[in-house]
Structure formats: C-alpha cells, structure tokens
Write a protein that binds this ligand. Structure first.
Ligand SMILES: N[C@@H](CCC(=O)N[C@@H](CS)C(=O)NCC(=O)O)C(=O)O
Length: 233
C-alpha cells in the first residue's frame, strides 16, 4: 500500500469543504469495493485530480451519512457538484468522465463479454463468501475458478480478461486478492494450480503499480477476513 495515505477521518473529524469544486473519493483503504475505484483512479493517472478521503468505518463521522452518502457506505465520489456511489457504476464513470488511458475496449465482442463478466462478478463474490461459511468450499471454488480460467481463454491478445487490462480485471482483483489468501491459508487450496491462465493473470496483475499501491498487507488482511467470513474451523 502507498506509504503516504491521508489519515482516515472519524467521528471527531470535521467534513472537508464539500462541493468546493474538488473531486474526492471517499474510501476505506481496506474496502475491496472502494479499492476498485482507487485502482481505476491510479491507472488513469488521476492522483492529482481525485483526492482520497479515508473514512474510518468503525467510527464514522455523522456528516458522512448526512451530507455525502445516505447509504453510509464507501466508496462515494464527489464530482461536479454531485455524489456518485456503487463501485461498478463508479469505475465506469471514472473511466468515461476523466482523462487517461481507456479501461474499456471499443471492440463490440469485447464489450459484450466485458458486460457479462461485470454482471457475473456480483454473483461470484457472494458465492465465494458463502462458500467460506458453508461445507462445500472447495467444490464451489473449483467451479468458480474454472469459470474464470475459461473466461481468460476467450481473448488471446493479452493476459487479462479482455486481452488488455480493463475494468473487468479491476472489478475482480480486490476479491481474488482476498479469496486467494483465505482459501490458501484455511483450505490449503491454490487457486492457480492447474489453471495456467489464472496463474498468469495473478502474476501480471501484481506487476501493475496502480493495483499494487492499493493492496492491503496480507498479514493484516488475513486475520480480519478469517474472523469475519470463515465459519469456525
Ligand atoms: N455495493 C456497494 C458495496 C459497498 C460496501 O459494502 N462498502 C462497505 C465497506 S467494504 C461499507 O461501506 N460498509 C459500511 C456499512 O455497510 O455500514 C459497492 O459496490 O460500492
């Protein structure tokens, strides 16, 4: 994780000067949903244009719900006098409304498959978290990671889901980062074993600076994930 993140604001912190023309990403540095938007911002080189505002979710300021996001969740983006929420909408919004390299290809076949995968991620995530609580964890994992391995075979002009790095990789990355840690530790399950495309995807993803800067220290993340999402062993 980048060393110089602004401190997270808590119940004792005054709000920033809202709607003063500054673009702000309200975030929690360990939230996988917020991480999607953070990666998008970094990859597009918008570090100066989009300011990070860390929110301490354990001790949230009242003004956050009142003035920023009535749902009281991160991420939220303050831009052009309005607030935009929901990470999958936000990554598309940031890609379309700001400068920097495009994160969604023009080819219709790639766009169509991209939409399919961006829809599927919202099934994949709860299925995996559910599998950590239920009894058939490795069976669910086999099916889910085989699906992703197959998806990665579709385009061969790069190691990512749509060939080149895109919003699809960004939507999955924070969650695969977490699932890989938990399933390796608790079930001794290597999700890249026998899945060469997924192995390459993980390797190439971890070379991307915009992503690396957003990763949470695994030593900090793993105990939290186990206590929150894994049924008693
Ligand atoms: N569907 C939302 C989910 C966001 C979300 O659940 N964020 C969590 C942190 S990782 C949060 O703010 N939780 C606070 C709460 O639910 O009170 C998105 O994709 O942006």
């Amino acid at each position: 994780m980048a060393a110089t993140l602004p401190p997270a604001l808590d119940a004792s912190s005054p709000p920033p000067p809202l709607f003063d023309g500054t673009t702000r990403l309200y975030t929690s540095y360990t939230c996988p949903f917020a991480q999607r938007v953070w990666i998008t911002r970094n990859y597009k080189g918008l570090q100066e244009k989009i300011k990070l505002v860390g929110i301490n979710l354990q001790n949230r300021p009242d003004w956050y719900k009142e003035k920023v996001n009535p749902a009281n969740k991160v991420p939220a983006l303050e831009h052009d006098g309005k607030i935009i929420v929901e990470s999958l909408d936000l990554i598309k919004y940031v890609d379309s409304n700001f400068e920097g390299p495009s994160l969604y290809p023009d080819e219709p076949a790639k766009r169509e498959f991209g939409e399919e995968l961006l829809t599927y991620v919202s099934e994949f995530v709860p299925k995996m978290y559910g599998a950590f609580k239920g009894g058939d964890t490795t069976k669910v994992a086999d099916a889910e990671f085989d699906y992703l391995e197959k998806a990665l075979q579709k385009f061969d002009d790069g190691p990512f889901f749509l060939g080149q790095f895109s919003l699809v990789d960004i939507a999955y990355a924070p969650f695969i980062e977490r699932f890989q840690l938990v399933i390796a530790d608790v079930w001794k399950y290597d999700l890249t074993a026998g899945r060469p495309k997924l192995a390459e995807w993980v390797e190439e993803l971890n070379k991307i600076e915009a992503y690396k800067e957003t990763k949470t220290d695994p030593d900090q993340l793993l105990p939290y994930l186990k206590s929150r999402f894994v049924a008693q062993q």
